[in-house]
Ligand binder design. Structure first.
Ligand code: AMP
Length: 421
């Protein structure tokens, strides 16, 4: 008999790794509660039409990645119901918001969830068929301020705090506005027009997307199509005044609280329900599947699935990818030297060696650069080999007060030589 194994794209999580999973979930709960979010748990399967109407028929998720089956009819007169394992959780949360009339109190609902999601994607590192998401939604009637750009900025600031608190360094926030439900059709029409004369030059996938869902072309990573894509119209030029002002207000609030971001005009994301703000946090250490999390505003989603007007904004983090990033960081940290000493001139090489000897005797792991290196090169090499860099110039050598930069925190401080250990 052949031995049975976990199904392709699924995996077992075992100790001690599960401790890390618990730490991530604990940190999420702690951080989210400081922003006054409460937990929601929705069913793992739902009526298929929720995702068809909520996520969008033309998206990759709905058109080819869902686990869907016909449930047996209970009586002969009954029709079999089509059910689907949830591929994401926003549609389920909004369904629950409508079903339980959560908007009737006239307040914002701030809900978070942690749980498995299911997509029939091609498995690879960081991409599984059962994966975990930690997500949150802020949703409510317009009178509760659910459309305010402050909500977008607050959610983004919460995410930045969460990643920092978890100890994930080097994340990058990319942000864009895809406009309102009124802006989008004008932009899609312009895209179609611009794609018509060039689409035959693109890969097969993009030729199909150009027909079915032109926005998806912007997501394409096909290297041969990049130049054509970069020349397509930009959505920023199709936003109406309200959407432009909304986006500017989100960015201004991020500036005010010091959350760094990069505007990426091609960021449209794979789900149809997004309006206005869309965003992704990426991490270089993840390889091809570099998105740690994604999200955006969905002002029309509730109405799309038969509910009242209830604008909202939310995100979903790939918990598997948070774990991969933390594991890679821990591995890297374990092999890094404590300090990289960078002498700022060749004459200072002997002084650098002397300092290295002193620190090594105290048990520290030390790398020594070379005074002939340019400062930029010293920093690049040091960043790969050590946790911190010590700059050793004439002044530092004579005063014994050294400039130290910590790569994890990007903080630069002056430290007395005797205190380095
Ligand atoms: P999405 O719901 O597609 O916006 O995805 C949100 C986040 O979930 C992504 O940024 C990933 O971190 C994670 N994610 C999505 N699909 C998968 C998958 N198949 N395996 C692991 N993580 C995923």
């Amino acid at each position: 008999m052949s031995t049975l194994k976990a199904v392709r794209g699924t995996r077992d999580l075992l100790p001690p790794e599960t401790e890390l999973w618990n730490r991530v979930e604990r940190t999420a709960r702690e951080v989210f509660s400081r922003y006054n979010f409460g937990e929601i748990r929705t069913p793992i399967f739902e009526d298929t039409s929720l995702f068809a109407r909520g996520v969008g028929e033309e998206t990759d998720i709905v058109s080819k990645e869902m686990y869907t089956w016909e449930d047996r009819a209970r009586a002969q007169s009954e029709k079999a119901q089509s059910l689907t394992l949830r591929p994401e959780n926003t549609a389920g949360v909004v369904r629950a918001y409508i079903e339980h009339k959560l908007g009737e109190a006239g307040l914002l609902q701030k809900l978070y969830y942690i749980g498995p999601q299911f997509r029939r994607e091609r498995p690879q590192k960081g991409r599984y068929r059962q994966f975990w998401q930690i997500g949150a939604e802020v949703i409510g009637p317009t009178s509760a301020g659910s459309e305010s750009p402050l909500r977008d900025a607050e959610v983004l600031e919460m995410l930045a705090s969460f990643l920092d608190e978890l100890g994930i360094s080097g994340w990058r926030l990319e942000i864009n506005s895809v406009g309102s439900a009124l802006d989008r059709p004008r932009y899609v029409a312009a895209l179609r027009e611009a794609l018509a004369p060039v689409k035959h030059l693109m890969c097969e996938d993009n030729q199909r997307r150009a027909e079915t869902n032109p926005l998806r072309v912007l997501d394409s990573k096909d290297p041969n199509d990049q130049e054509l894509i970069n020349n397509l119209p930009k959505i920023a030029d199709y936003l109406d005044e309200d959407s432009k002002a909304h986006f500017a207000a989100v960015l201004a609030a991020l500036d005010a609280c010091g959350v760094p971001y990069h505007v990426n005009p091609r960021l449209v994301r794979g789900l149809d329900y997004y309006t206005r703000t869309t965003f992704e946090f990426t991490h270089g250490g993840l390889g091809a599947q570099n998105a740690l999390l994604g999200g955006g505003r969905y002002d029309g989603l509730s109405e799309n699935i038969g509910g009242p007007k209830a604008p909202g904004i939310g995100f979903a983090m790939g918990e598997d990818r948070l774990i991969l990033t933390l594991q890679a960081q821990a591995e890297q940290q374990a092999t890094l030297a404590d300090y990289y000493i960078a002498p700022l001139a060749a004459e200072l090489n002997p002084a650098a060696l002397e300092l290295a000897r002193e620190l090594r005797r105290k048990g520290l792991r030390i790398e020594v650069g070379d005074g002939s290196f340019r400062l930029k090169k010293s920093f690049e090499v040091a960043n790969k080999l050590a946790k911190k860099i010590i700059l050793l110039g004439e002044d530092e050598a004579s005063t014994g007060v050294l400039t130290v930069k910590d790569f994890a925190t990007a903080e630069q401080t002056k430290v007395a030589r005797a205190e380095l250990a």
